[in-house]
Write a protein that binds this ligand. Structure first.
Ligand code: MLT
Length: 360
């Protein structure tokens, strides 16, 4: 079992080893950023930039026309689900959403049986969010469809990691080396932090993490980051900060400090933001709790790139869905050319291929 799997406390799902399916370049699944080569991530970032520019012009594509995407969200979500839905529609796919409360799972059907039923209706890609680490990998092994992990327990949230990378790419204008990101909060239960660390490591960014002792296990550092003792130590001199929500739904509430104490000891406030480098930015994966892990004036302040993260989320998910379908087509029919992707590239003007800066 991989390191991150060992660290993901609530791995109650018997899904076996986490495994990155196939070579990243040809995978029809997106399960994790752990082990993904930089070049693969860069391709998705490039494609994400193109999709963002199209969305701004309200010019969408039909690269996935005739394809179907199922959004199977067994945990709550606003940003991730709506942005996957918009993304799928923006590349021309049909979308069906499965909610657990209204599905046969409430009558005792297993996750796999329910998902196999949906996929039998000729679904090409299943986007899955589930409270159990390993759920997406398990489905990827058994379903005849591409599987995208939209968050599995405390394991990974790879499309969040990709949108964070795209956002930092914008802010840093593609220059990642020598940069430092501070991650502050509930490290123990955060799939966002895990995906961010794996993605950023591939780009040579150092990550310094800090959180309340009950939510910051010492072995978290084995993922490839440094642990700081305080929020100030993590943020001083950083190029960006990412506060994390306390994931009450994944823990015994007694592990967490009260909101007031949390805000005082670990909250990302204006004073703490001032400790970072000039021009450093504030991110948040959402949903955020104003005046708990992040001060309200920081959410709305000049350093905040939270809205850009949301915009980038829809764009990167277009790229992810296209990648899964292209890889699946190539596997099912190796003689098929990559025509949809070629067509996509032909659509671009050189200016759009450049990574946009914050001013773009
Ligand atoms: C997640 O689904 O992990 C979110 O994006 C972050 C959170 O819930 O706090």
């Amino acid at each position: 079992m991989s390191r991150s799997a060992v660290l993901s406390a609530p791995a109650s799902y018997d899904a076996g080893d986490f495994h990155f399916h196939g070579s990243a370049a040809t995978s029809e699944h997106l399960l994790a950023l752990e082990g993904m080569p930089r070049i693969e991530i860069e391709r998705m970032i490039e494609a994400g930039v193109r999709h963002r520019e199209r969305a701004r012009r309200r010019q969408f594509t039909d690269t996935l026309r005739g394809r179907s995407v199922c959004l199977a969200f067994f945990e709550d979500s606003t940003r991730t689900r709506t942005s996957f839905e918009l993304a799928a529609r923006r590349v021309g796919a049909e979308v069906v959403t499965l909610f657990p409360q209204g599905s046969s799972m409430s009558k005792g059907e297993t996750l796999l049986d329910t998902m196999q039923t949906v996929v039998a209706m000729q679904v090409d890609v299943a986007v899955v969010r589930h409270r159990s680490a390993g759920a997406a990998a398990y489905l990827a092994r058994h379903l005849d469809a591409g599987v995208v992990n939209a968050g599995d327990g405390a394991h990974e949230h790879p499309t969040q990691g990709l949108l964070d990378l795209l956002t930092l790419h914008d802010v840093w204008r593609g220059r990642f080396e020598g940069r430092r990101l501070a991650i502050v909060g509930d490290l123990a239960h955060s799939r966002v932090a895990r995906s961010a660390i794996h993605g950023l490591r591939a780009f040579g960014v150092s990550v310094i993490a800090a959180g309340p002792p009950s939510l910051a296990p010492r072995d978290f550092a084995t993922l490839g980051c440094t642990l700081a003792e305080s929020v100030e130590e993590a943020m001083v001199g950083a190029d960006a900060v990412m506060p994390l929500r306390v994931q009450f739904e994944r823990m015994d509430r007694s592990l967490a400090p009260s909101p007031r104490q949390y805000a005082r000891d670990w909250g990302v406030t204006r004073e703490r933001v001032a400790l970072m480098k000039h021009g450093a930015v504030v991110m948040h994966p959402g949903p955020f709790n104003r005046d708990v892990e992040i001060a309200s004036d920081v959410v709305d302040g000049a350093r905040s790139v939270i809205a850009r993260q949301v915009e980038n989320g829809a764009a990167i998910r277009c790229a992810v869905l296209e990648r899964c379908v292209a890889a699946r087509d190539a596997r099912l029919d190796p003689l098929l050319d990559s025509e949809p992707v070629e067509r996509l590239h032909a659509f671009d003007t050189p200016a759009l291929v450049r990574y946009g800066g914050l001013a773009s």
